[in-house]
Ligand binder design. Structure first.
Ligand SMILES: Nc1nc2c(c(=O)[nH]1)N[C@H]1C(S)=C(S)[C@@H](COP(=O)(O)OP(=O)(O)OC[C@H]3O[C@@H](n4cnc5c(=O)[nH]c(N)nc54)[C@H](O)[C@@H]3O)O[C@H]1N2
Ligand SMILES: Nc1nc2c(c(=O)[nH]1)N[C@H]1C(S)=C(S)[C@@H](COP(=O)(O)OP(=O)(O)OC[C@H]3O[C@@H](n4cnc5c(=O)[nH]c(N)nc54)[C@H](O)[C@@H]3O)O[C@H]1N2
Ligand code: SF4
Ligand SMILES: [Mo]
Length: 677
C-alpha cells in the first residue's frame, strides 16, 4: 500500500487557553480525495509552543473527524422536551425559516426578544468576536461576557489599569515562583518548561490552592488554604512585609498611591489572625511572607480560580498588589501575571460592531442565562455559538429547562452535537480553526497568530461569520461592518498606530503566521507606574477579607470546587472516549478522609451532592488531596458521562462576584449523602 499524500501546515490553536499555541497540523488526503486533519503537534520553532501540544489538543483530529460531528443543517422535528429527532435541511431552507422567525420576534417583542449567547469556543477575532456585529446592528441586548475573566480583569484594572503580564520567557529569571489559584500544569502547560528552568537555576516554587492539584504536587511547597481566603493570606503577607521592612520604599514612592490605606488594613493581619482565617499554620505564613519579602525577583502567577467566589475580585486584587509592595515589577521575571491581553493594542472600535452598542441598550449578564430564559423575561429567540451553556453555565438545570421552551427559537452553531445542540430547534454545522481564516491574540504571551483556511470545510459546514451574514441579508441589515471579510478585519484592527503593532501588516501576518508584538527586550510595564487615572499603581481602597454570605452551616457543611480537568478544555473534548478514560471515565468527587467518615461515604461508592440549586450523583474518591470541609469535582464533563446524566452546574448558582459581575463556580455549598450506585 502506498502512503496517502500528506502535508504539514502551521496553525494557531483557537481554544480558550493562555498558551495560544502554534501547532503543526498534518493534513492527509484520503482515498475519497478529501483532505483531513490526521496528526497534531506543536511547532518546534515557536518560542512559546516549543514543539509540543497539550494532552488534550493532540486529540483535536479525532474531534474534527468525529462521526457525530454535524456536517449539514439540522432541523428538529419534535418537541425539545423529548429525545431529538432531526431532519436534514438545505442551508436556504434553514436560513429562510430562521430569518423569518427572527423577524417575527423582532416585530412582536422588539430587539430585546433576541439574545445571542456565546463564549470562547474559538478565540478568533472573526469567528469569536466580530460575529456579534449582527446582534448589535439589530439592537439586541448586550450579552455581558462574564463567565470567566471579568472579576479578574476588573480587579486588575482597579490597581493597574491595562492588563499586562510578565512574559513567560522571563520567568526563568525568577528566584521565587508562586502559583496562586491556578492549576498551571493543566491550564497553562507551556509555562511549565519555564518553571522547570527557573527551578534548575535555583528557584523555589510554591503553590497556593485549597486542594492538591497537579500543580501543587509539582511545586516544592503547597499552601492548602481554605477557599475564599486569599485576601486574608495576602494581607497577612503584607503585614509581615511592613513589619520587617521588606517593602521597596523607592518603588512605592515613585510608582504607587495609597500605601497608607494598605498599611492600615494589613496592620490587624498578624500571622495568628491570618492562620485562623486561612487554616494555615502561623509559621507557614511567616515563612511564606519572608520568602516573598526577601527573594527578588518573585513571580506570582495568578489564575482565575480564586476569583470564582463571592468576594473573588477583591481576593485576586489583594494578591496582585503584592509585587507593588516588593518592587518586583522592576526586575526581569518579577511581578505578577493574570493576562497579557492588554499588550495587543488593536483598533477595536468597530470590532464586533462595538460602535453599535447604545447607552440605552439593555444588558444581560451571561451568568444569569437561566433567569433570562425564564418565560417571564420575554425572550423569543436565542442564537448560541462558541458555547455550551447546557453544561457550562451556572444553574444549568434551569438553563436546560429554559432552552426546552416550545415558544423559544433556539439556534445553535456547533462543531459537535453537544447537550446544548441537542436542545436546539436548528443545529447549524460550524467549521473548525483549520477550515476558516482568522486572527488570534493571546492572554498568556505576546504573539499574534493568523490562520489561513487550510482545509476545505467537510460536508456543508460553514464559518459563524457566513451564517451571520446570510441572516443579516435576509433581515435587511445594512450596517457595513456586519459584512466584513477577514481582510477587512485585519486592515481595520491592525491600524491602531500603536507602537506595539509597529511593522505588523496584514501581509506580514499572513506570510509569517505568528508574529511577536513590537515590545522591548526587557518589557517591564509597571516599573514606573501604571496606565490608571493617577498614572500610578492604585493601592486604595485597601482590599479586605470578607466571609461569603453563603457561609457553610450545619445544613450545607462542605464547599465544592469545580476546577478544570487536565484532559478537557471546559466541555470541549468531553465527546472523546479516550479523553474521558484518561480522566477516569466518569466525574468523581474528591472527599477528604475526615469528611468521608463524617458523612458515611465509601471510597469508590456513590454520593448525592445537594446544593441549594440542585442535586447530582457522583462516585466518591477519598483522598487527602482535598481538605476537610472542601470537596472537589474536576472538569465540566458532558452530563452524558456522569452516572446520573447531569452537568456539575446543576449545583452552581447564578450569584455574581463582588467585581465584574463574574461567575462563582467555586462558591457552592453542598451536603454529601451516601447513595447506592
Ligand atoms: N486542561 C485545561 N486547561 C484549561 C481549561 C480547561 O478546562 N482544561 N480551561 C481554560 C479556561 S477557559 C480557563 S478560564 C483557565 C482556568 O484555569 P485557572 O486559571 O487555572 O483557573 P481555575 O481552573 O478555575 O482554578 C484553578 C485552581 O484554583 C483553585 N481555587 C479555587 N478556589 C480557590 C481559592 O479560593 N483560592 C485559591 N488560591 N485557589 C482556589 C482550584 O482549586 C484550582 O486548582 O484554564 C484554561 N485552560
Ligand atoms: N462548574 C464550572 N463551570 C464552568 C467552569 C468551571 O471551572 N466550573 N469554567 C467556566 C469557564 S472559565 C468558561 S471559559 C466557560 C467555558 O464554556 P464554553 O465557552 O461553553 O466552552 P466549551 O465548553 O469549551 O464550549 C465551547 C463550544 O464552542 C464550540 N466551538 C468551538 N469553535 C467554534 C466555532 O468556530 N464555531 C462554533 N459555532 N462553535 C465553536 C465547541 O464545539 C464547543 O462545544 O465554562 C465555565 N463553566
Ligand atoms: S489548548 Fe492550550 S496548551 Fe493545548 S494546544 Fe491549545 S493553546 Fe496549546
Ligand atoms: Mo475560562
Amino acid at each position: 500500500m502506498t502512503a496517502l499524500p500528506a502535508r504539514d501546515v502551521l496553525l494557531t490553536c483557537p481554544l480558550d487557553c493562555p498558551d495560544a499555541c502554534r501547532l503543526k497540523v498534518t493534513l492527509t488526503r484520503g482515498e475519497d480525495s478529501q483532505e483531513r486533519m490526521t496528526k497534531l503537534t506543536g511547532d518546534p520553532a515557536h518560542p512559546i509552543t516549543r514543539g509540543f501540544a497539550c494532552a488534550k489538543t493532540v486529540h483535536y483530529p479525532a474531534r474534527a473527524n468525529h462521526p457525530e460531528r454535524p456536517l449539514y443543517p439540522l432541523k428538529r422535528l419534535n418537541a425539545k422536551t423529548e429525545a431529538p429527532v432531526w431532519g436534514r435541511v438545505s442551508w436556504d431552507e434553514a436560513l429562510d425559516d430562521i430569518a423569518a422567525r427572527l423577524r417575527q420576534v423582532l416585530d412582536t417583542r422588539g430587539p430585546q426578544g433576541l439574545l445571542r449567547y456565546n463564549y470562547a469556543g474559538t478565540m478568533g477575532l472573526m469567528e469569536g468576536t466580530h460575529v456579534h456585529a449582527l446582534f448589535r446592528a439589530l439592537g439586541a441586548p448586550e450579552l455581558d461576557e462574564t463567565i470567566c475573566a471579568t472579576a479578574g480583569s476588573e480587579a486588575w484594572a482597579m490597581g493597574y489599569g491595562t492588563r499586562y503580564a510578565v512574559d513567560p520567557r522571563d520567568v526563568a529569571h525568577a528566584r521565587l515562583i508562586v502559583l496562586w489559584g491556578i492549576n498551571s500544569l493543566s491550564t497553562n502547560s507551556h509555562l511549565t518548561p519555564h518553571l522547570t528552568a527557573a527551578r534548575k537555576a535555583g528557584a523555589r516554587i510554591i503553590a497556593v490552592d485549597p486542594y492538591r492539584n497537579r500543580t501543587a504536587a509539582y511545586a516544592d511547597e503547597h499552601l492548602k488554604l481554605k477557599p475564599g481566603t486569599d485576601a486574608a493570606l495576602a494581607l497577612g503577607v503584607m503585614h509581615e512585609l511592613f513589619a520587617h521592612g521588606w517593602t521597596d520604599a523607592e518603588y512605592i514612592a515613585e510608582a504607587t498611591v495609597g500605601i497608607e490605606d494598605v498599611q492600615q488594613a494589613a496592620a490587624e493581619w498578624t500571622p495568628a489572625r491570618t492562620a485562623e482565617v486561612t487554616g494555615l499554620d502561623a509559621d507557614v505564613i511567616r515563612a511564606f511572607a519572608q520568602a516573598i519579602g526577601t527573594t527578588r525577583p518573585t513571580y506570582i502567577r495568578v489564575g482565575y480560580g480564586m476569583t470564582r467566589h463571592e468576594h473573588g475580585g477583591t481576593n485576586l486584587r489583594a494578591v496582585t498588589l503584592l509585587p507593588a509592595l516588593t518592587g518586583d515589577w522592576r526586575h526581569r521575571g518579577g511581578g505578577c501575571a493574570l493576562s497579557a491581553s492588554g499588550a495587543f493594542k488593536l483598533n477595536r472600535t468597530r470590532l464586533g460592531g462595538a460602535h453599535l452598542i447604545r447607552p440605552d441598550t439593555p444588558h444581560v449578564n451571561m451568568n444569569e442565562y437561566a433567569r433570562a430564559l425564564h418565560p417571564e423575561a420575554g425572550l423569543g429567540a436565542t442564537v448560541i455559538y462558541n458555547c455550551n451553556p447546557a453544561v457550562v453555565a451556572p444553574d444549568a438545570g434551569r438553563v436546560r429547562a429554559g432552552l426546552q421552551r416550545g415558544d423559544l427559537l433556539v439556534v445553535v452553531l456547533e462543531q459537535a452535537m453537544t447537550e446544548t445542540a441537542q436542545l436546539a430547534d436548528y443545529v447549524l454545522p460550524a467549521t473548525t480553526f483549520a477550515e476558516h481564516p482568522d486572527l488570534y491574540t493571546s492572554y498568556g504571551h505576546h504573539f499574534l497568530g493568523y490562520n489561513h483556511a487550510e482545509l476545505a470545510a467537510p460536508g456543508e459546514a460553514r464559518p459563524n461569520s457566513w451564517v451571520m451574514q446570510q441572516l443579516a441579508r435576509r433581515l435587511g441589515v445594512t450596517e457595513p461592518s456586519v459584512y466584513w471579510t477577514v481582510d477587512d478585519l485585519l486592515a481595520e484592527v491592525l491600524n491602531s498606530g500603536h507602537p506595539h503593532l509597529a511593522g505588523i501588516t496584514p501581509e506580514r501576518l499572513k506570510a509569517e503566521g505568528s508574529v511577536p508584538l513590537s515590545l522591548p527586550d526587557l518589557f517591564l510595564p509597571y516599573a514606573h507606574g501604571a496606565e490608571t487615572p493617577s498614572g500610578k499603581v492604585q493601592l486604595s481602597p485597601a482590599p479586605q477579607h470578607r466571609e461569603p454570605r453563603a457561609a457553610l452551616n450545619a445544613e450545607y457543611p462542605v464547599r465544592l470546587l469545580t476546577p478544570p480537568a487536565h484532559h478537557f478544555l471546559n466541555s470541549t473534548y468531553g465527546v472523546l472516549e479516550n479523553l474521558n478514560r484518561a480522566e477516569g471515565s466518569e466525574p468523581c468527587v474528591l472527599v477528604h478522609p475526615q469528611d468521608a467518615q463524617a458523612y458515611g461515604l465509601q471510597d469508590a461508592g456513590y454520593a448525592r451532592l445537594e446544593s441549594e440549586i440542585g442535586a447530582v450523583r457522583r462516585r466518591v474518591k477519598v483522598t487527602d488531596a482535598a481538605q476537610p470541609g472542601t470537596a472537589v469535582v474536576e472538569g465540566t464533563w458532558w452530563g452524558l458521562s456522569a452516572p446520573d446524566g447531569t452537568s456539575i452546574n446543576e449545583l452552581t448558582a447564578q450569584t455574581l462576584t463582588d467585581l465584574g459581575g463574574g461567575s462563582t463556580f467555586h462558591n457552592t455549598r453542598i451536603r454529601l449523602v451516601p447513595v447506592e450506585g
